[in-house]
Design a protein around this ligand. Structure first.
Ligand code: KIV
Ligand code: ZN
Length: 452
């Protein structure tokens, strides 16, 4: 690494929005959610979903309650095109659900894309082009005026093609790709150009992506508030954000963006997506839930959701993943275990959730308390007592807790492994009714500990 990183990397420019209002706002209602699992998420997979996996993901998204779903990039491949046709022709799209498809600014691709949607009740055509200086200069060799002409021409084409298919209710989504790295004035000009070419008063979504997350979330929030103010005069416009997670702050960026005026967010379940991923919609939705705001999405069977997503993406969800990982409701540390045990005992059904170290009741997501306390060499006697009482109805005196705790500690130090409540029961019996356990696992554990 460089000793002088500033010679290679520039800090993101601040927006200089002195009268910002977002820091004083709270999120009091759920945004409109758009799942792009089947498009942006799918484009990031080593093995893109086949038709069966796409359908399984689509059905999961419907069950979870998504009302807007980006189902693909139909001009990119036969699989993608056929999937959109299948959804429409087989009548798989509920009346209250709108599908979205993405297309770059290319005439032939736009024609195919609009065709793919024939017969849909309602559809969002999502047009994007990159607007940031590096892309204009290095990737496309286009100046700002040429970039605006590109937008105007392609939005006008979408308008012409969709006007000829009045049986569908059409919505345009325009994304100034690379928005977070672009000059705000250029992004605004791009959005105003798209709005004018689509037609003032016609339904439009302006979707602002951090295609590559390149600043702290407060900078993104300033950018969103700046755009929200500048676009406020358009009544038929919905402001949407599409954060990625390159700096690991996609969730924070989305939340601050909602405070700054965004009304819709795009992302993927468990944050699948290009590089470090898209915004994790499960994370944002359940963060809202733990603040007492109903997200309008149902994660009450989080493990089933996770299994389906892992199957479709052929990627694992990490053990520490917020809300969904195997270990996120588990305490190994003795002091945490003690506090959780007391908190669970004090919690009454229907009361406010105030259990230390657990930001959410695992049972709300279909998890049990079984994994909340697990015993390893970091745990104290409290965790051992909790497991024996919960699983075996054994209430230990302080003296017995202390002596069993000492034995368990020696076993774990010797064997370097976690002890289950069955192991603990066996150790307890070994201490108190040695004959019962003479041939059991506890005897081996005891001799292992003694040998050590
Ligand atoms: O990340 C991005 O910029 C995109 C656009 C197409 C919205 O996925
Ligand atoms: Zn994206």
């Amino acid at each position: 690494m460089l000793s002088q990183p500033h010679t290679k990397y520039r800090a993101a420019a601040p927006v200089g929005l002195s009268s910002r209002t977002w820091p004083d706002r709270a999120i009091t209602e759920a945004p409109r959610w758009l799942s792009t699992d089947l498009r942006d998420g799918n484009q990031a997979l080593a093995q893109p979903m086949d038709a069966a996996r796409k359908l399984r993901m689509f059905e999961l998204l419907l069950r979870l309650g998504f009302k807007e779903i980006e189902v693909g990039y139909p001009a990119s491949s036969q699989v993608e095109y056929a999937f959109v046709r299948r959804l429409i022709e087989e009548g798989r799209i509920p009346d209250d659900v709108t599908i979205q498809v993405m297309v770059p600014a290319r005439e032939d691709l736009i024609e195919q894309t609009v065709q793919s949607l024939a017969g849909a009740r309602r559809a969002i055509v999502h047009l994007y082009n990159a607007v940031a200086p590096v892309w204009r200069r290095v990737v496309f060799g286009m100046n700002v005026t040429q970039t605006m002409h590109l937008i105007e021409r392609h939005v006008a084409l979408i308008r012409r093609l969709t006007d000829a298919m009045p049986e569908t209710q059409w919505v345009l989504q325009y994304s100034p790709e690379t928005f977070s790295a672009a000059e705000l004035a250029v992004s605004l000009k791009a959005c105003e150009t798209a709005i004018a070419a689509w037609g003032e008063g016609r339904e439009i979504i302006i979707n602002l992506p951090s295609t590559v997350e390149c600043a702290t979330p407060n900078v993104f929030a300033d950018q969103i508030e700046w755009m929200a103010r500048a676009l406020a005069r358009h009544p038929a416009l919905t402001l949407s954000v599409h954060p990625h997670n390159d700096r690991g702050t996609g969730t924070a960026a989305a939340e601050l963006a909602l405070m700054a005026g965004a009304r819709r967010v795009e992302g993927c379940l468990f944050g699948n997506g290009e590089r470090t991923g898209n915004l994790d919609l499960v994370n944002v939705a359940l963060n809202l839930y733990t603040q007492g705001v109903s997200p309008g999405l149902d994660f009450s069977a989080i493990d089933e959701v996770r299994r389906t997503v892992e199957h479709c993406n052929q990627l694992p969800v990490a053990a520490r993943h917020p809300y969904a990982g195997d270990l996120v409701y588990t305490a190994f540390s003795g002091t945490h275990q003690d506090a959780i045990r007391k908190g669970l005992a004090a919690h009454s059904e229907g009361g406010q959730w105030e259990v230390p170290y657990l930001p959410i009741d695992p049972r709300d997501l279909g998890r049990s308390y079984d994994a909340v306390i697990r015993v390893n060499s970091q745990s104290g006697k409290g965790g051992i007592a909790y497991l024996l009482e919960r699983d075996h109805g054994l209430v230990l005196s302080r003296e017995r807790q202390r002596s069993l705790g000492g034995l368990a500690q020696r076993v774990m130090d010797a064997e370097g492994r976690e002890l289950t409540s069955a192991d603990l029961l066996a150790l307890y019996r070994l201490q108190h009714t040695p004959y019962e356990a003479a041939n059991g696992a506890a005897a081996q554990a005891q001799s292992g500990a003694e040998a050590a």
